[in-house]
Design a protein around this ligand. Structure first.
Ligand code: 6R9
Length: 671
C-alpha cells in the first residue's frame, strides 16, 4: 500500500487534459433565437464580475439575491454567521418565511391559471396539468389533514410515493405547516424505509396503493405495511389511490387521501418559519453502511435552488422545465420541486421510464409540452444512445438547455447529447453538485459559459473551490493541478448537519481539511481554470502505490468503440496491494465476448493512462448493477469479486436486481 492511509487517496496523474486535447464549445447561436432571446446575464465577463463580487463580499451578494428571489415574512439583518471550522453556519438569520408560500401562494395570487405541474403519467394518454391556483388548494387541503392528524411544526413526515403530482403536493403541504419532509425513494426496500422512518422519527407516512412505472405495477403500500410493522411510533399512514387496487388496511392507522381532504377547507395559512428551521432530511449513503440523514434548512436551501434555477438553467417566466430525476433523490427535490416552483414556471413530473412504451418517450414528452430545459443523468443518455438515433424523431424546437447530473458524462455521450438531442441548438450544462451541497456548485451557466465535454466548467456564485493535495493536505494553488475537491467558503444551501449525528457531519465534511468543506471527489483544474470531476475518492484503486481513479479507467474503456459501459473496482492483490478489475457491457452483446476483445481493452487502458492502470481482469457482462438514479454500485462488484456473494446488502434499489446473478455467473465462468 502507499504512503498515506489516513487521508483520502489521490486520483491518478496526470489527468488534466492538455489544451490541444479538448474541444471548446461556445453557446449555440440558436440558443438566442429561442425563449426570450436573452440569458439573465450579459456574457462571461458579467459572470466573472458577479462571481468576484460573490467571493469578495458574499454578504452583500447573497442578501441582494435572497431578497430578490424569495419573499420573507420578516426581513433578516444578519446575512451569515458561523464558519466551516466551527460547523455552525446560519444564513439570513433573523428572517422568517414559508417554503410553500414561496413556491405556490405568491404565484397563485398573480397567475392562478398558469401551469405549475405538468403530470406526464406512465401511460402517455393519462397525464394532467395542475395550475398554481389548483396547486394552492391541493396543498392547503393536505396541510389541513396533516395538521388534524397531529403533525406539528418541527415534526418529521415521511413521503414514500411514486413520481405523481401528489408527491409534490405532499412536500409543500408538509412545509406549509412547518413540518420537515423526509422523502424515501419509492424504490427502496421495506427495510431501508423502516431504517429511515425510525432514524427521522417520522410520525406519519404518506404513500400510494400502488405505483406504475414502465408499464409495471409496484406494490407500494405493501412495502410500507412491511416497514411499519417495525415502526411503532408511526401513528398514521395516508394513502393516495393511484391504481385503485385492493390493499390491506390497518384500521385506525391507515386513511385514504381522497376521503380526508374532502373534510377540510381549501385554504390554510402558512406557518412562518425561521430561515434556519429545518426544511427537510434526505438520506444518502456515505462510505460506511449506515445512511446519513442530510439536513437542509429553509432560507439558505431555497435561495440556492432559486439562484441556480435562474442562472444555471436560465429559467424565464414562460419556460417549461423537465427534470427527469426522481423526487426521492436530491435532484428531484431541488429541480423537480423547488427551483421551478420558486421561479413560478411549469415543472414536468414524469412517472415513467425513458424506455416505455419505447425509446422515444423523453423526446415525445419534450415535444408535447414544449419543454425548454431538460435535465437528466448520463446513465439515461447512454441507454438512449445505445438504443439508436432512429428513436429521435421529435423536433424539440423549444429546447434550449440540456442538463446532465449525477456522474461524469463521457465526451462521446456529451457530443451525442449535443448533436442528436439538442441538434446543436441547445446549450449543454454538466452540473456538478451533491445531496449535501443542496444545489449546483460547479456548473456552466446556460447561455453564458463556453463548455468542454466532460468538464463541469466553473464554480457557481459564492463557491470557492480548492484543489487539495491529499498527501500533504495543502491547497494546490494555480492552474493545471489535480487532487481532491474542497470548498473554502460556506454557501447558503449547504447541509447544516447529519440528523442526530453532528459529529459524523463534522468528521465527514468539515474536519477532514480544517477550514474547508470536503466533497469526497477527486478533481482537476485545467490551464483555463475549468474543473474536471474525477469521481469519488472512495472509489479509488491503489495499484503498487499508484492511486487511480476508477472513473478515469472507465473513461478509457469507454473510448473503445466496442464498449457501452464500464465499471472498475479494486480487489486485494498480494503483489500490488490492489489490482484493477473491469466490468464492461458491450454495445453489441454476444458477438465480441472473446479473449481478443478483453486483450484489446487492456491495451486500450495501457495506451490511454499507462501500463500501471491496465486491468488485471476484464469481465464482459450483459449490464452493470445501477441504482435507478444511475449510480453504478461498485460495492456489489467488489463483493462478488471477493467471494462475498452472500452479503451483497440491499440490492432492491437497483434498476434491475436480476443483473447481479448474471454477473456472478460470468465471474464464476471466467475463474
Ligand atoms: C446531484 C447528485 C453526489 C456525487 C458527487 C459526484 C457525483 C454529481 C456530477 C458528478 C461528475 C457531475 N456527481 N454530479 N460527477 N460530474 N456533473 O448526484 O447528488 O446523489 O449526492 O451524488 O455524484 O461524485 O460527489 P448525490
Amino acid at each position: 500500500m502507499s504512503e498515506n492511509d489516513s487521508k483520502p487517496p489521490q486520483p491518478a496523474q496526470p489527468a488534466v487534459p492538455e489544451a490541444h486535447e479538448v474541444d471548446t464549445y461556445h453557446v449555440p447561436k440558436a440558443f438566442f433565437s429561442k425563449g426570450t432571446g436573452k440569458a439573465h446575464l450579459r456574457d462571461l465577463d458579467h459572470y466573472h464580475e458577479l462571481y468576484k463580487h460573490s467571493i469578495e463580499d458574499p454578504h452583500a451578494f447573497w442578501a441582494k439575491l435572497a431578497r430578490e428571489l424569495l419573499t420573507f415574512d420578516r426581513d433578516f439583518q444578519t446575512v451569515h454567521s458561523g464558519s466551516l471550522t466551527t460547523g455552525d453556519n446560519a444564513w439570513f438569520v433573523e428572517g422568517r418565511l414559508n417554503a410553500s408560500y414561496n413556491c405556490v401562494d405568491r404565484h397563485a395570487f398573480k397567475n392562478p391559471n398558469k401551469a405549475a405541474i405538468i403530470y406526464e403519467a406512465d401511460e402517455p394518454s393519462e397525464g394532467r396539468t395542475i395550475t398554481y391556483g389548483e396547486l394552492l388548494r391541493e396543498v392547503c387541503r393536505l396541510a389541513y389533514v396533516l395538521q388534524r392528524m397531529g403533525v406539528k411544526k418541527g415534526d418529521t413526515v415521511a413521503i414514500y410515493l411514486p413520481m405523481i403530482p401528489e408527491a409534490i403536493i405532499a412536500f409543500l403541504a408538509i412545509t406549509r405547516i412547518g413540518a420537515i419532509h423526509s422523502v424515501v425513494f419509492a424504490g427502496f426496500s421495506s427495510d431501508s424505509l423502516k431504517d429511515r422512518v425510525i432514524d427521522a422519527r417520522s410520525k406519519v407516512v404518506i404513500t400510494a396503493d400502488e405505483g406504475k412505472r414502465g408499464g409495471k405495477l409496484v406494490g407500494t403500500k405493501k412495502i410500507v405495511d412491511e416497514a411499519l410493522k417495525k415502526c411503532p411510533d408511526v401513528k398514521h399512514c395516508l394513502v393516495y389511490r393511484r391504481t385503485g387496487t385492493e390493499v390491506p388496511w390497518t384500521e385506525g392507522r391507515d386513511f385514504w387521501w381522497h376521503e380526508e381532504v374532502e373534510k377540510w377547507p381549501n385554504y390554510i395559512a402558512p406557518e412562518s418559519m425561521n430561515s434556519e428551521d429545518p426544511l427537510f432530511l434526505l438520506y444518502t449513503s456515505g462510505s460506511t453502511g449506515k445512511p446519513k440523514g442530510v439536513m437542509h434548512t429553509t432560507a439558505g436551501y431555497l435561495v440556492g435552488a432559486a439562484a441556480t434555477g435562474k442562472y444555471v438553467f436560465d429559467i424565464h417566466d414562460d419556460d417549461v422545465f423537465f427534470c427527469g430525476g426522481d423526487v426521492g433523490w436530491i435532484t428531484g427535490h431541488t429541480y423537480v420541486v423547488y427551483a421551478p416552483l420558486l421561479l413560478g414556471v411549469a415543472s414536468v413530473v414524469f412517472e415513467g421510464t425513458p424506455a416505455y412504451p419505447n425509446f422515444s418517450r423523453y423526446w415525445e414528452v419534450i415535444d408535447k409540452h414544449n419543454v425548454s430545459q431538460f435535465y437528466v443523468a448520463p446513465t439515461a443518455l447512454r441507454l438512449l444512445k445505445r438504443a439508436g438515433d432512429e428513436h429521435i424523431k421529435s423536433e424539440m424546437n423549444n429546447l434550449r438547455v440540456l442538463g446532465s447530473v449525477g456522474e461524469p458524462i463521457a465526451a462521446e455521450v456529451w457530443k451525442w447529447y449535443h448533436e442528436k438531442v439538442g441538434k446543436e441548438e441547445a446549450h449543454i450544462v454538466d452540473t456538478y453538485w451533491q445531496t449535501e451541497t443542496g444545489s449546483h456548485v460547479i456548473t456552466p451557466l446556460a447561455g453564458i459559459t463556453s463548455t468542454k465535454p466532460g468538464s463541469a466548467s466553473l464554480p457557481f456564485f459564492g463557491i470557492e473551490p480548492a484543489i487539495i493535495d491529499p498527501v500533504s493536505g495543502e491547497e494546490m494553488k494555480g492552474n493545471d493541478v489535480e487532487g481532491v475537491l474542497a470548498f473554502k467558503q460556506p454557501w447558503p444551501s449547504m447541509a447544516r448537519t447529519v440528523w442526530g449525528a453532528h459529529k459524523r457531519y463534522m468528521d465527514t465534511y468539515l474536519n477532514v481539511y480544517k477550514g474547508f468543506y470536503f466533497t469526497g471527489d477527486g478533481a482537476g483544474r485545467d490551464h483555463e481554470g475549468y474543473y474536471w470531476i474525477r469521481g469519488r475518492v472512495d472509489d479509488v484503486v491503489n495499484v503498487s502505490g499508484h492511486r487511480l481513479s476508477t472513473a478515469e479507467i472507465e473513461a478509457a474503456l469507454i473510448e473503445s468503440p466496442l464498449v457501452a459501459e464500464a465499471a472498475v473496482v479494486g480487489v486485494n492483490d498480494e503483489l500490488t496491494g490492489q489490482a484493477v478489475n473491469a466490468f464492461v457491457a458491450l454495445k453489441d452483446p454476444g458477438s465480441q465476448d472473446n479473449e481478443q476483445t478483453k486483450k484489446d481493452l487492456i491495451v486500450q487502458v495501457r495506451k490511454s493512462i499507462g501500463p500501471f492502470a491496465a486491468p488485471k481482469a476484464v469481465f464482459v457482462v450483459p449490464d452493470l448493477p445501477k441504482t435507478r438514479s444511475g449510480k453504478i454500485m461498485r460495492r456489489i462488484l467488489r463483493k462478488i469479486l471477493s467471494g462475498e456473494e452472500d452479503s451483497l446488502g440491499d440490492t432492491s434499489t437497483l434498476s434491475d436486481p436480476a443483473v447481479v446473478d448474471k454477473i456472478i455467473e460470468r465471474v464464476h465462468a471466467v475463474r
